[in-house]
Design a protein around this ligand. Structure first.
Ligand SMILES: Cc1ncc(COP(=O)(O)O)c(C=O)c1O
Length: 302
């Protein structure tokens, strides 16, 4: 796995602060950002005798399913995606799901109610899978798992080596909270971590992250916080201010971003800079979590 650049950001949007961006969007052309790190240990090893198929869930523009389909094909594994929302045969597939199919993923469309139950009941996915053999592995929404969290811890070690010291603060966008949990675990109590919730009603995230970090074996960690005021109306929702902000950022820095995750994080960081939130913090590191394939959804979101 290559080491991604830690790039200093020159932008008036964050004036007065030294901001670094860990460019995990450059980690892999398809399995980019946190997906690569989350799948690194969660996927069975190539030619594993025990597992032949991986099943997971996601929306019609899921970065996770998109990355999973490709990664499974590369590891000679079959993949099945349980996709949110029933679909008529005549409805076109999103570009994201077309890529999944091209990479060999079998898709099953499930009702919103079933999707909710998939989130809540651990074995509910079996209802949709005819192959009941033990060789099937389930990955929860967003790839959330302890192995996924462990994969993310490695980004903290890389950042520390690149900076020559621990970062004062590492900031990332949050969906399931797995990436943030990996950062908190990897920081080993040095510095602070801030997660920007990309979803609405994200009050659950702090306890989810605490629980995952605890399961990671370090005991409790309280050097993190979750900001819930920057969701711009909810998951995959945007506002004109957010879209303008993303355009402005990319025009200034030439760094591509998407508005669902990294765009919301950067918007929050700019706001925190204007509130002088980072005073006395010298190395502020933002994690670019990739997911650029999702931009295609903004002209044709079903
Ligand atoms: C591009 C991108 N960034 C951030 C996240 C949030 O990651 P997590 O679910 O680990 O909180 C996701 C979702 O997995 C994502 O696709």
């Amino acid at each position: 796995m290559q080491v991604t650049p830690l790039q200093q950001i020159e932008s008036g949007l964050f004036s007065g602060y030294k901001i670094w961006m860990k460019r995990d969007d450059l980690l892999h052309p398809i399995v980019s950002g946190n997906k690569y790190r989350k799948l690194k240990y969660a996927l069975p090893k190539e030619h594993s005798k025990e597992i032949s198929t991986v099943v997971s869930m996601g929306g019609p523009w899921s970065n996770h399913l998109h990355a999973l389909a490709y990664a499974c094909r590369e590891s000679s594994l079959s993949s099945i995606g349980l996709v949110r929302g029933l679909r008529k045969d005549s409805d076109p597939l999103t570009a994201c799901l077309q890529d999944c199919v091209e990479n060999g993923m079998q898709l099953h469309f499930v009702s919103r109610e079933d999707y909710r139950l998939l989130r809540e009941i651990p074995d509910y996915w079996r209802k949709f899978i005819s192959n009941d053999s033990p060789q099937v592995k389930w990955l929860a929404e967003g790839g959330k798992s302890i192995e996924a969290m462990r994969g993310v811890t490695e980004v903290v070690e890389e950042i520390q080596l690149q900076l020559g010291q621990a970062a004062d603060v590492i900031i990332c966008p949050c969906g399931s909270g797995t990436t943030m949990a990996g950062i908190v675990l990897g920081m080993k109590g040095k510095g602070r971590a801030i997660g920007v919730a990309a979803v609405q009603n994200a009050g659950f995230l702090s306890s989810t992250i605490l629980e995952m970090v605890y399961q990671g074996g370090t005991g409790s960690r309280d050097n993190f916080e979750i900001l819930t005021e920057f969701d711009h109306g909810g998951f995959a929702k945007t506002s004109p201010e957010l879209l303008d902000f993303c355009d402005h950022f990319t025009a200034e820095t030439q760094i591509p971003i998407e508005p669902v995750y990294t765009g919301k994080m950067l918007y929050a960081v700019a706001e925190l800079c204007s509130r002088k939130y980072f005073n006395n913090m010298h190395n502020i590191v933002l994690l670019h979590t990739g997911g650029l394939q999702g931009i295609r959804g903004f002209s044709s979101q079903p």
